[in-house]
Design a protein around this ligand. Sequence first.
Ligand code: ADP
Ligand code: 5GP
Length: 194
Amino acid sequence: MDIQHSQIKGHFFVIIGPSGVGKNTLQEEFFKNYTHFVFPLSATSRPMREGEIDGKHYQFLSKEEFEEAIEKKKVLEWAKVHDKYYGILKEALLKQLTQGFFVMKDIDVQGALALQEIFPSELLTTIFIAPPSFEVLQERLTKRGTGDEKEIQTRLETARKELEYANKFDHKIINDSLDKAYKEFEQLVLSHCK
Ligand code: ADP
Ligand code: 5GP
């Protein structure tokens, strides 16, 4: 399935930022308030977490299945995050965009940079969410309680590298006070939907 930009009636919002910065918190609140927004299905080779549903939260694939999906060009972009594959499933996303949906998804820095090469800026908006400080990020990751100490340390190391890319994206929001950051996020997204 090739991408025909002229057939895309929707808009793709990509949210980037280190693990634990609040990407899901902001998006969950937004999706509650704006039900006409959808998220695209991604595939991953990481294990399913408690409460997750295959085909809803992700399409869960084995490492080999994911590598086959890359080979068959079923993923639009892909990256290895903490040694697991993640990638947006091409056909599902293009269907949503050609049907005119506003699509929103958080992905890693490499994936977002790849999408900037694929979509023209009038179809794609990239928003980087930054923590007020590295210490606050560490605190949020620990408090969230997903992952052991080793996993948290790996995420923090990745975060240091990711923060260096903040200026490559269209917008940057600092998630300090959640209320303030959410309002800024909401206004920004809606300003691109006119
Ligand atoms: P991400 O999706 O970026 O990995 P989450 O949305 O899961 O991050 O947020 C990580 C943790 O930080 C969660 O426990 C969340 O409730 C908390 N959190 C998010 N935003 C804020 C904020 N502005 N102030 C305090 N805690 C926050
Ligand atoms: P999690 O395992 O917590 O769901 O996601 C881990 C990381 O993978 C997050 O930084 C998330 O943004 C990123 N991610 C999720 N889906 C995709 C995707 O389809 N493509 C890319 N490149 N990254 C993704």
